[in-house]
Design a protein around this ligand. Structure first.
Ligand code: 76R
Length: 271
């Protein structure tokens, strides 16, 4: 059967899925059925294991809000929907129940550096003469770095670190604190401060911000990969002092998840 292909002009679709296991139903499964479920899930992960997309990764939630957690990446929305259904079909009927889901897309932020920003920076900060050999060389370097950054933002290859935290957020639109009525230059300046805080966590946090305005109930999904929970706590705490979050950030529920392979998941969750 043929299906429509629904791609973005640039970037890919992302889904975060959270399930609880129905322990009563699960306890009625035979050991073979449990193994069969794991084997199907392993096959689905193997079929969707590109560095960027299509990709399906598995996690166990810690904290009690869910049991199983999945992160899905696909260029085509129909393919993403299919991955979601195939994933649920790995499990015997009624054994898992969705407790939270989030649909979003990768995007380039409005505030990315432009070629003009780079040229001004070279002239003002690095004191290079526009048009000179040194200027042209540095500009080419900055352009290459920018292209690499944009590729990463749109087609992210998240590191498989031990922890994945997820939470949705909005920018506030209330009275005097309306992010969307600020002019572009002010928003860009404020986001510069935000990025400075973020860069302090290089090596401890790897972040993916996906856009969901008009797609899901919040405006962005924040996915943070970390090795330790203190890095998660510190980055979110430090950002609270930065005006972008202090004044304009509104947050949904936080989920902290362990990156585990299906085999590890089965052992961890005693499936
Ligand atoms: O992409 C970049 O690195 C460029 C700078 C940058 C942008 C444009 C950046 C850097 N972020 C950007 C956009 Mn971010 N980010 C968050 C959160 O908990 C909170 O208070 C907020 C949740 C975290 C923890 C975080 C981390 N960022 C955004 C946007 C889109 C805003 C828009 O378009 O209006 C949101 C919602 C958002 C939220 N950010 C960084 C980080 C980190 C760690 C960095 C530094 C990345 C690096 O360069 O190493």
């Amino acid at each position: 059967m043929s299906f429509p292909v629904i791609k973005l002009d640039r970037g890919i679709h992302v889904m975060h899925l959270f399930y609880r296991i129905d322990r009563v139903r699960w306890s009625q499964l035979s050991a073979e059925k449990s193994t069969d479920t794991r084997t199907r899930l392993e096959a689905l992960c193997a079929a969707n294991s590109a560095a960027s997309h299509p990709r399906l990764t598995t996690f166990a939630n810690v904290g009690g809000k869910a049991d199983l957690v999945f992160m899905l990446f696909a260029a085509d929305l129909v393919q993403l929907g299919r991955m979601h259904r195939d994933l649920e079909n790995c499990f015997p009927p009624g054994t898992i129940e969705k407790v939270y889901s989030f649909l979003s897309v990768t995007e380039l932020p409005d505030y990315v550096s432009t070629d003009e920003d780079h040229q001004q920076m070279l002239a003002r900060t690095e004191k290079l003469e526009p048009g000179s050999e040194a200027f042209t060389k540095r500009l080419a370097e900055l352009r290459a770095k920018q292209a690499e950054y944009e590729q990463y933002r749109l087609y992210p290859e998240l590191p498989d670190w031990e922890l994945m935290a997820f939470y949705p957020m909005n920018k506030r639109r209330a009275g005097a604190d309306n992010w969307y009525s600020l002019d572009f230059a002010t928003r860009k300046k404020l986001m510069g401060g935000h990025a400075r805080v973020g860069r302090k966590f290089t090596g401890r946090i790897s972040q993916l911000i996906t856009g969901s305005t008009g797609i899901d109930d919040w405006e962005w999904g924040v996915t943070l990969m970390a090795h330790q929970a203190d890095a998660l706590k510190e980055i979110v705490y430090e950002m609270r002092f930065d005006e972008v979050s202090a004044r304009y950030g509104e947050f949904g529920p936080f989920y902290v998840n362990l990156r585990l392979t299906p085999a590890q998941l089965w052992d961890h969750l005693r499936l």
